[in-house]
Design a protein around this ligand. Structure first.
Ligand code: AMP
Ligand code: GLY
Length: 424
């Protein structure tokens, strides 16, 4: 079959590589892709949120399945667009429709959903500019730090964690009255701070049944020791050592089952990934957030551990036969370390030549922000490459990634040297 993957990051390179290994694949395309996806697929210069352009690519290349990487096309309704189109309606899309994508597209919706289905999460209330004063009063009932979340998508920047009560009130005002995050903060979720250690669990569902994919932990801050600005993710590890069977059983019973059942009860036919961001608070899992896609760079450690045919699982999603599919995971640990452009997550340069990555032998190089100019691979984003390795221990796997990184150079390359510091 011919498959089109939408997106251009390390996540999409990891998807493309895994899909290219399936014996069900005939032709594989990625739109728009990067210099890495080009090695395993054909890149198409198509913007994933330009649905007309996606449609014409699907027709031109006789695509039989579309796998959606990032959230933006899902929240914008790419799956609904396919279902409403006479030519496209029978082509499966891996990723939820707009109604399911609201789990990520609206924090207020996801909090209401969790409350309705008794899924453990932080206590909260939502406010608009009309209820600003009530919001300030609610802040007074909480203890610091205070957590303020823009309701809509805000490119990962919409969450503020603030120590001081007056500052929190001022920020709430700024978000609601001055639209600090544009329309995304016309509604704000104010919630209790959860004190614990974070991890993520990934679920693939056909709307009725599900498979729990490996857990992972990502390292979001730019600086070592989890300091400095938030990024899209500087590295990841799978599995998460503290997510033992007993903990994961709680996650499945208290969170995954009620989430899949809740979606069904809401009449939401959800076919795709659910990424559940969790806080382990004294051994009990609480949901921090849902995403309606895989994580990046978590995908670069989760997918390499899956030893089954991903396309077979996707077919199970498309035909609601996921329950009949089996799937295996290697017990080995996978780690990934992200190489980023100096300056990221603030301003950085692009078009810097990347050298040495072809010499990497003991790791897999997943391209993220890369492109090819006249046959030369250059940087094209803040996060440039994710270097994934396996080991019997986190330490062994990290040793491989860091040795591989020593072979790679580009101007102002930066990376965290302490991925996994809190787990080893
Ligand atoms: P989100 O965009 O919802 O993932 O939030 C960004 C980050 O803020 C999360 O990864 C957590 O580190 C942190 N965070 C969000 N909500 C809470 C909370 N209620 N308690 C503690 N930390 C939180
Ligand atoms: N690494 C976090 C995310 O993909 O949202």
């Amino acid at each position: 079959m011919n498959i089109l993957v939408l997106g251009s990051g390390g996540r999409e390179h990891a998807f493309a590589k895994k899909i290219s290994e399936s014996n069900k694949i005939n032709k594989l395309f990625v739109a728009p892709g990067n210099a890495g996806t080009e090695q395993v697929a054909t890149n198409l210069a198509v913007n994933p949120t330009d649905f007309e352009a996606v449609k014409s690519a699907v027709i031109t290349h006789d695509i039989n399945m579309v796998v959606v990487g990032p959230e933006a096309p899902l929240v914008a309704g790419v799956h609904d667009y396919f279902l409403a189109d006479e030519i496209l309606k029978n082509i499966p899309v891996i990723g939820p429709k707009k109604d399911g994508a609201l789990l990520e597209g609206s924090k207020d919706f996801s909090k209401q959903f969790m409350e309705k289905y008794a899924i453990p999460t932080a206590r909260y209330q939502s406010f608009t500019v009309e209820t600003l004063e009530e919001g300030k009063n609610f802040l007074e009932t909480l203890s610091p730090p205070f957590v303020l979340k823009a309701d809509g998508l805000a490119a990962g920047k919409g969450v503020l964690i603030i120590e001081d009560l007056n500052e929190a009130k001022a920020s709430l005002d700024d978000m609601l009255s001055n639209q600090k995050f544009g329309n995304a903060s016309s509604k704000v979720v104010v919630e209790e701070f959860l004190d614990g250690i974070e991890l993520s669990v990934f679920v693939l569902t056909d709307g009725k049944n599900y498979k729990v994919l490996p857990s992972a932990k990502d390292y979001k801050r730019i600086g070592e020791g989890d300091t400095g600005l938030n990024t899209g993710g500087m590295g990841a590890i799978s599995p998460v050592p503290f997510a033992n069977d007993a903990f994961l059983q709680k996650v499945e019973d208290r969170i995954i089952k009620p989430t899949v059942d809740g979606l069904q009860a809401e009449g939401i036919d959800y076919r795709g990934f659910v990424f559940i961001g969790l806080m382990n608070v004294g051994g009990d899992p609480y949901v921090i957030e849902y995403n309606v896609r895989m994580g990046d760079p978590e995908t670069e450690v989760v997918l390499p551990r899956i030893q089954s045919d991903l396309v077979d699982l996707f077919e199970g999603v498309a035909t609601q036969t996921l329950a009949e599919k089996s799937y295996d995971v290697t017990p080995q640990t996978a780690v990934t370390v992200m190489l980023v452009s100096g300056g990221y997550p603030e301003a950085y340069d692009k078009k810097k030549q990347i050298e040495g990555y072809e010499k990497v032998a003991e790791s897999t190089v997943f391209h993220a922000g890369t492109t090819t100019i006249d046959g030369t691979v250059v940087t094209n984003g803040g996060r440039v490459m994710a270097i994934t390795s396996f080991g019997d221990t986190i330490k062994e796997a990290l040793g491989k990634s860091y040795r591989s990184i020593d072979k790679i150079t580009f101007e102002k390359m930066n990376y965290r040297k302490d991925i996994g510091f809190d787990l080893t």
